[in-house]
Design a protein around this ligand. Structure first.
Ligand code: WTA
Length: 631
């Protein structure tokens, strides 16, 4: 059976079969791939036991499925289209044959550096083709890639390197981003000085900008020096289905970021299946996802999903507003982009710049528009639909998470009826349930509750690197036998799903996940800070902004706010910078010492009436003080 569903009847049939006979359904889907050895069992293990396996006993290499498998038919087709930051610089194209050769060469470089199956390789790069190539080169060798977004600080990078003990770091001299240059090697050097990075043996440096950087003898190697010497042939390592493919760090409501672990076969099938069905890319189409490979969207829907399907994928190095707010649409016209996938925060930012940046472009190549990363508001949905899509392009509002590996709830382009702000229907194999406050499944169709998934799907995370207990605690224990998403959700009378946002202490800032605890810990590092509480508040462009309430030791100068921001930049990176900092005398706490965040969230959102039950507050007067000083 083909991966691709082409109408609503087929969707209904596929959904029913994946529910009633998942083993058979996924066995049929898996025949679309190249396996070195077939599986013994399609799905085994349970959510209760936290031992989910898919295609156990099978052997394969995901890069053979992304690249080698297509060489016969598509060797001259463009696999990767790279649009540089500077519009006057030439586009770079890799055909499937060229990408295959580049990945093999890079895999051979990593071999030279001592990388073997199972080793962890950290990729801290800007959006250049070599970033995607590095990801695939790791997979070719069976090394586990851990990509760290280029906007994270040296300390954040070091923490991630330490957690999974990476052996090799791949970086650039620096990266272009709009009118800025990000000194990636310099930041890496700062990280490498820390004890957290002692596992790193070699650093491979790709030259992008031409910045002067210091190279440490014996440790740092220029990409171009080694690349020239390496062969274009590299046999793919034979991997078991459940061998780790990658680790990707993401924020939770407590503690340090978690290394989400995805394994080989299930992730592959899920990435390919969801890409094929949600986007409905055809022969000759050019697909573009604007995410960064440092996030899960860039893993699944720039790299693996499109290449597994033999599509043409686009990578853009720059930002949507440079040189001007028409850049996205210039690129769409230049490359005749058919499928365009971005985040609501970008849509809202561009909407605010005025329609003239869009209406002076043709945009006739567009067929499908996608949205990901955060709830899309109604105004942005309609602007996307009317001004960008000219009401001719279905909008796929795709709901998923780092943990889910790929999209779980979304319209299928041109098949499912779209509704503004609704992710609509679950993909075949996805079984969403809504839970009430008593922890029971809500049986009525029209309902709202906490969103859980009550059976395993192939792309599901298999654990948190090095911490199986935390994996069970975070996702599998709130509702026994179910995966808890951390999201709230509404279901309408026709069983369409609308995601309403996180129900835990995770913020979603411009589509980036940030834990309030992480930001609080960072602020606490400032020597004059006694305590901090961080909450989200509605923000017109970012979706949510960061509001920090800070208690300081003595009367501080106004400059403390700038210092706090600098501390957050240093500990996490500019993406976690508080938008508002209010210096307060105390935080509202219960008698048992718990901060009442509910009240702080309301004040930050300028909702001053009805704080709910405040009778357990130790000192109710702090609430008035905070309210009076609200920003
Ligand atoms: C949110 C990004 C509403 C949600 C792929 C989820 C969304 C978190 C949507 C995961 C959407 C993602 N509508 N909310 N279409 N897509 N989210 O791990 O709160 O970076 O839990 O994965 O983003 O963020 P993550």
């Amino acid at each position: 059976m083909d991966l691709k569903i082409s109408n609503m009847d087929e969707y209904n049939n596929a959904y029913a079969m994946a529910q009633s006979n998942p083993q058979e359904f996924w066995a049929q889907m898996a025949t679309n791939f190249q396996w070195t050895k077939k599986w013994d069992e399609v799905q085994s293990g349970t959510i209760e036991q936290a031992d989910i396996k898919w295609f156990d006993g099978a052997q394969l290499n995901i890069t053979e499925n992304c690249l080698d498998r297509h060489l016969e038919k598509r060797s001259d087709q463009v696999a990767l289209l790279f649009e540089p930051n500077d519009p006057s610089e030439e586009t770079v194209k890799y055909t499937y044959a060229q990408l295959h050769a580049a990945v093999c060469k890079t895999a051979n470089m990593l071999k030279e550096l001592g990388v073997k199956k199972g080793d962890r390789v950290c990729i801290y790069m800007s959006m250049v083709p070599e970033q995607l190539i590095s990801v695939l080169a790791c997979a070719r060798l069976g090394a586990i890639h851990s990509v760290v977004f280029g906007g994270f600080s040296a300390l954040a990078l070091a923490g991630r390197i330490e957690d999974c003990e990476c052996k090799v770091l791949i970086t650039n001299d620096a990266g272009f981003r709009g009118n800025k240059i990000i000194p990636l090697k310099e930041i890496s050097d700062e990280a490498l000085k820390m004890k957290e990075c002692r596992s790193i043996e070699k650093v491979l440096v790709h030259k992008r900008v031409g910045s002067s950087v210091s190279m440490q003898e014996g440790r740092d190697i220029w990409w171009h020096d080694l690349y020239a010497k390496c062969s274009t042939e590299c046999e793919a390592e034979v991997m078991s289905s459940e061998d780790p493919l990658f680790i990707l760090y993401t924020s939770g409501s407590t503690g340090k970021p978690k290394g989400i672990l995805h394994t080989t076969a299930g992730y592959m099938v899920w990435a390919a299946y969801t890409f094929a069905n949600v986007f409905q890319v055809d022969e000759g189409d050019t697909y573009w996802c604007t995410a960064d490979i440092g996030w899960i969207t860039g893993h699944t829907y720039i790299t693996y999903g499109p290449l597994l399907n033999g599509a043409t994928t686009t990578m853009f190095e720059g930002v949507p507003t440079w040189p001007d707010a028409g850049r996205f649409w210039d690129i769409v016209d230049k490359h005749k982009i058919t499928h365009f996938y971005t985040a609501p925060t970008a849509i809202r930012a561009l909407m605010g710049c005025g329609n003239e940046f869009v209406t002076n472009k043709s945009l006739t190549s567009l067929k499908v528009l996608g949205s990901v990363g955060e709830p899309i508001n109604e105004e942005a949905w309609h602007w996307y639909d009317e001004v960008v899509g000219k009401k001719k392009c279905p909008i796929v509002d795709t709901w998923w998470q780092t943990e889910t590996g790929g999209i779980l709830i979304s319209p299928l382009a041109g098949i499912t009826k779209t509704i503004p702000c609704f992710a609509t229907k679950p993909l075949p194999g996805v079984s969403p349930v809504l839970m009430n406050s008593e922890g029971e499944v809500i049986e009525t169709t029209e309902a709202s509750g906490n969103l859980c998934i009550d059976r395993p799907w192939p792309g599901m995370l298999r654990g948190i690197w090095g911490d199986m207990e935390r994996f069970k605690q975070t996702y599998l224990s709130a509702y026994p036998g179910k995966y808890f998403t951390g999201d709230g959700c509404k279901r309408d009378q026709f069983s369409n799903y609308r995601i309403t946002g996180r129900v835990d202490d995770v913020l979603n800032i411009s589509g980036h996940r940030i834990g309030t605890a992480e930001v609080e810990d960072a602020i606490d590092q400032h020597p004059d800070v006694i305590e901090a509480a961080v909450v989200g508040f509605p923000h017109d462009v970012k979706g949510q902004g960061i509001y920090a309430y800070v208690v300081t030791g003595h009367d501080c100068e106004d400059s403390i706010k700038a210092e706090i921001i600098a501390t957050v930049n240093k500990m996490i990176g500019p993406i976690a910078k508080p938008d508002k900092i209010q210096i307060v005398k105390g935080l509202p706490k219960t008698r048992s010492g718990k901060i009442m965040r509910r009240i702080l969230r309301k004040i930050a959102s300028h909702e001053f009436d009805n704080f709910g039950d405040t009778s357990t507050l130790l000192d109710p007067s702090v609430v008035d003080e905070i309210k009076d000083g609200v920003l």
